[in-house]
Design a protein around this ligand. Structure first.
Ligand SMILES: NC(=O)c1ccc[n+]([C@@H]2O[C@H](COP(=O)([O-])OP(=O)(O)OC[C@H]3O[C@@H](n4cnc5c(N)ncnc54)[C@H](O)[C@@H]3O)[C@@H](O)[C@H]2O)c1
Length: 138
């Protein structure tokens, strides 16, 4: 008996990094996986986001572990895209038992010095400022 046998785990930011590692770990523990990712570049912060190819390879990796893996391309800031992914998951897999809401970006610099364009782009983006980075350049 594995820890998540028959459960459905919904993971955002699942194409690469920690989200992908979590999605594979859920599959290894018996969960079916719904993987949502932006799957396209963002102008800000400028480092590499996940891709459609990575979502496809995640699906293959989960399936090799015996798990069903649904993939969705969408932005967690887009409520309609998230609702469609959740509805699609419930339709296909019956439920969402676990949510790992991991999607986000890291921004570096002093929050008080962030230009308006950056603040606007961050908007509802679930960005995390590292405390250590906030002191950089001060
Ligand atoms: N790695 C670190 O040192 C660190 C430190 C603090 C916080 N975090 C946070 O932990 C989470 C995972 O970190 P990581 O290093 O694996 O990040 P990562 O950049 O390697 O992966 C993040 C994934 O989320 C996706 N994503 C980003 N914005 C999205 C959006 N709006 N909608 C849908 N998908 C989106 C990206 O395409 C990417 O696949 C992130 O939220 C990150 O901000 C990471």
């Amino acid at each position: 008996m594995r820890r998540f046998d028959g459960r459905v785990a919904f993971v955002t930011g699942a194409a690469h990094g920690q989200g992908r590692a979590a999605a594979v770990a859920f599959a290894r523990e018996g969960a079916h996986v719904a993987a949502l990712d932006l799957a396209r570049p963002l102008a800000y912060p400028g480092y590499t986001m996940g891709s459609a190819g990575e979502l496809a390879s995640l699906r293959a990796e989960c399936e090799a572990l015996g798990s069903t893996c649904l993939t969705f391309e969408g932005d967690v800031r887009d409520g309609a895209a998230v609702a469609a992914a959740v509805d699609g998951t419930v339709d296909r897999l019956g439920a969402v038992d676990v949510l790992f809401n991991n999607a986000g970006i890291c921004a570096y610099g002093r929050l008080v010095a962030a230009p308006e364009t950056r603040s606007t782009k961050m908007g509802s983006q679930p960005a995390r400022f590292k405390a250590s980075s906030c002191n950089r350049g001060s």
